[in-house]
Design a protein around this ligand. Structure first.
Ligand code: NAP
Length: 426
């Protein structure tokens, strides 16, 4: 039976989850035996849920990466630069296949690292980097090779989906639900990467590069998070038949690939609107397939370690495809920004001061830029004398809506800044 020797750098949630899985591998379906020969992290003495005593300790992850004692380097430290990048580069240059869960590293430097791996004829695998336990990377790279993909869209951050779902279900405000998410372990002590949309942006950039054979340019990804979404927005949208969720999407256009993350309003009947709690979902649309949707746990030590182990299992029979699933000379498309001419319907939420003519002035501002109203919902003013209003526009060009929003921001009848959310076609 073949044995693969692992060097694991990073012994946090995922690293310790992987050690546990290796220790009970008899229950898994691996093509051979997996052995840990070396480990590395920041602190050797830190208390961990598993013992690292049996394994050789390396202070420097890059030394572990090139050690003669390992067949595979497993990078679970995180961070787009610094030790993770140095160690992964060292491993690949030394001819060691790499398995990583590091979305930031792959989104920022994936193409350069894939080029090194391809040059060496070895694998660079990163299933766990996107949607944790949901096997979307391998499905896109291998199983859907025969599909001309038009769009990849999904809910790729469980924390944000937990926040928007729970706020609406319980009627509790953002800060309170975020605190609960941290208590339950869904959100990090510092949730910035999640709520700012950055985490989902890393993932959709990776999927888009794979789906559309595009050169991955993370600087072109438009990123908006859920940090500004209020209970008020969610409730008004709900009353108009929409769910607001953080959606990450990659879309193929004639000019290139639009890749973005933003809160979107989804009709309640839309498949992504039904995904609640901390789950991740990816929907892949293309011809002649139609659509495929994958849903599951997008994070957590167990699900993520299982995805890492899936990649390790693949290395018993290595070297089938390049890291992003296409040869470098097939990379013809670029990431681009969305056009100002892009057509969509929008959800606009505002709070109007409770005086006569306020609604007329808001309507005039929209009409002045050719933005017409499909649905309108106004609630009575509360104690603060502000009257909440929600509008669903007809399909309009983004530049018209932006111009209307700029005019709205100048109106003295608005109590605070109006919010604009794109509506997903039903
Ligand atoms: N957690 C998830 O659910 C999840 C899901 C998908 C992907 N991922 C990805 O998996 C990777 C690991 O995540 P995690 O949640 O396991 O992180 P974590 O719990 O914070 O663990 C990070 C580990 O890396 C080590 N480390 C950090 N900086 C280091 C440095 N400069 N030099 C050497 N070691 C260093 C830490 O050492 P010490 O223990 O000594 O401090 C720790 O063992 C990240 O890329 C993350 O994006 C995580």
């Amino acid at each position: 039976m073949k044995t693969l020797k692992l060097g694991i750098a990073g012994l946090g949630h995922v690293g310790c989850g992987l050690i546990e899985l290796v220790e009970r591998q008899a229950g898994l379906r691996l093509p051979g035996e997996v052995q840990i020969t070396g480990v590395s992290a920041r602190s050797r003495s830190r208390k961990r849920p598993v013992s690292i005593e049996p394994y050789k300790w390396f202070d420097d992850a890059a030394q572990l990466a090139v050690s003669d004692d390992i067949d595979i380097f497993v990078e679970l430290m995180g961070g787009s630069d610094g030790p993770a990048k140095v160690a992964v580069e060292a491993a690949l240059k030394a001819g060691k296949p790499v398995v990583t869960a590091n979305k930031a590293l792959i989104a920022e430097h994936g193409q350069a690292l894939a080029d090194i791996a391809e040059g060496q004829g070895i694998d660079l695998l990163f299933e766990a980097a996107v949607a944790g336990g949901v096997p979307v990377v391998r499905v896109l790279r291998d199983s859907l090779s025969g599909v001309e993909i038009e769009r990849v869209a999904g809910i790729l951050n469980g924390t944000c989906n937990f926040l928007t779902t729970t706020m609406l279900e319980t009627g509790r405000p953002y800060a309170e639900v975020l605190e609960e998410a941290q208590r339950l372990g869904f959100a990090e002590a510092d949730p910035t990467l999640d709520v700012s949309g950055m985490d989902a942006a890393y993932k959709i950039a990776i999927l888009s590069a794979m789906a559309f054979s595009a050169s991955l340019d993370f600087s072109k990804v438009a990123i908006h998070g859920v940090d500004g979404v209020g209970l008020f927005d969610l409730k008004l949208a709900d009353r108009l038949g929409y769910r607001i969720k953080l959606i990450a999407e990659g879309v193929l256009t004639e000019d290139g690939v639009i890749c973005r993350v933003a809160p979107m309003a989804l009709p309640v009947s839309h498949p992504l609107a039904q995904v609640n709690g901390s789950l991740n979902t990816v929907r892949i649309e293309g011809a002649p397939l139609g659509a495929v949707t994958l849903t599951g746990p997008g994070a957590g030590p167990g699900p993520t370690a299982s995805a890492v182990m899936g990649d390790i299992a693949k290395l018993f029979n290595p070297g089938v495809r390049s890291a992003f699933g296409r040869a470098a000379h097939h990379v013809t498309r670029k990431f681009i920004s969305a056009s100002e001419e892009e057509q969509s319907a929008y959800f606009i939420r505002a709070r109007l001061s409770d005086r006569s003519g306020a609604l007329a002035r808001l309507s005039e501002a929209l009409a002045a830029h050719g933005v017409s109203v499909d649905q309108l919902l106004q609630e009575s003013a509360g104690a603060d004398q502000a009257s909440p209003i929600a509008i669903v526009t007809h399909v309009s060009a983004r530049k018209q809506v932006d111009a209307a929003m700029a005019q709205l921001s100048q109106l003295d009848v608005l109590v605070d800044e109006a919010r604009l959310i794109r509506i997903e076609a039903g």
